[in-house]
Design a protein around this ligand. Structure first.
Ligand code: SF4
Ligand code: SF4
Length: 322
């Protein structure tokens, strides 16, 4: 259990199951951002990926860079408020220091979570199940994806999700996936839909139409399917279910964009951005060479300006049309 107590911001994090409770001055007060640094970090530990997805927003290729363990350790040591780290990697074995990074996270009471492209061995599945809090398998090829989900579940991991790109071009794949969920072909903890952001190779893709977006939610709800969305999609989803009789309950489970408020992204070079899609928007701050993360990054005028902008637009995406 990790706890933080301050007059205006408090949390309790249960490392064993990922439950997180946050409150402000009292339990009815919801703080707008963490005054002491991010709770969650999305970190890019490699840019090497042989998957070659046509929509890859990072434009990753078979050649690229790895973050060293020393750089990783320097970053993690500078942000003591972290509870969970989401590791961004293409090929699982691209970075030889990945396992050491996971071990270090656990030593510090931080839960490591990972998204993979599905190409894993039985040994990988066993290791990931033993050390990660949650693993998401991206659905590029259903056979590869379902195989990886099954292997992880058989290895004992409960939080195994499927990540599914939400775009006009992936609609048929989404329908196939949902039919497979109904038929029990694959039984993930949840399918998490990630809205297209037109960045990198994703620029040639198309935002999913309102009609298709509606039909996906409608089908999932009618069939009681376990679905979720990235925080980027929160407002679009809430708008879709605004007339649902259980709207108030649904709303409790939806958290809009929290980048630069409660979470951060740090790329393979150790550079901070509010989120991974914000690279190229001039919010870059060097974490590895900063003296004090709070003063030099979290309360830097660039980050404070970002925070103000995000809160002013009610935590709707300031960068992309979602
Ligand atoms: S989207 Fe993921 S799996 Fe596909 S090329 Fe990019 S990093 Fe690799
Ligand atoms: S800034 Fe936009 S793209 Fe980034 S996490 Fe927030 S909603 Fe998503």
């Amino acid at each position: 259990m990790k706890t933080v107590k301050t007059p205006t911001y408090n949390y309790i994090f249960e490392e064993s199951n990922g439950l997180f409770y946050r409150w402000g001055k009292d339990q009815n007060d919801d703080p707008q951002y963490s005054p002491i640094g991010p709770e969650i970090l999305d970190i890019e530990v490699s840019t090497i990926c042989s998957q070659g997805c046509k929509f890859c927003y990072k434009s990753n290729k078979t050649t690229g860079k790895n973050m060293s363990f020393q750089t990783f350790k320097t970053i993690v040591d500078k942000i003591p408020t972290l509870t969970q780290i989401a590791f961004g990697i293409g090929d699982l074995h691209a970075n030889p220091d990945l396992w050491t990074m996971f071990t270090y996270c656990r030593e510090k009471g931080i839960v490591p979570n990972l998204t993979i492209n599905g190409n894993i061995s039985l040994g990988d599945a066993r290791y990931l199940a033993a050390i990660c809090g949650a693993v998401a398998v991206s659905n590029y090829d259903s056979k590869v994806c379902y195989r990886a989900v099954n292997m992880l579940q058989e290895a004992g991991l409960k939080q195994v999700n499927i990540h599914q790109l939400l775009a006009q071009e992936s609609y048929t794949q989404i329908i196939d996936l949902m039919v497979d969920l109904v038929d029990g072909v694959v039984k993930p903890n949840a399918v998490v839909f990630l809205s297209l952001k037109k960045k990198g190779r994703g620029q040639g893709y198309t935002r999913i139409s309102d009609q298709r977006f509606s039909s996906i939610i409608d089908y999932a709800m009618k069939n009681n399917l376990p679905i979720g969305f990235d925080s980027c999609t929160a407002h679009r989803f809430l708008n879709e279910v605004k007339d649902h009789p259980n709207y108030k309950e649904i709303e409790q489970m939806v958290e809009p964009c929290e980048s630069g408020l409660f979470s951060s992204y740090i790329n393979v070079d150790g550079i901070f951005h509010p989120c991974s899609f914000a690279e190229g928007f001039n919010y870059d701050l060097d974490v590895v060479n900063c003296e004090d993360f709070l003063l030099d990054v979290w309360y830097h005028p660039l980050t404070m300006g970002w925070r103000k902008k995000l809160l002013l637009c009610n935590r709707n995406c300031p960068l992309y049309t979602i």
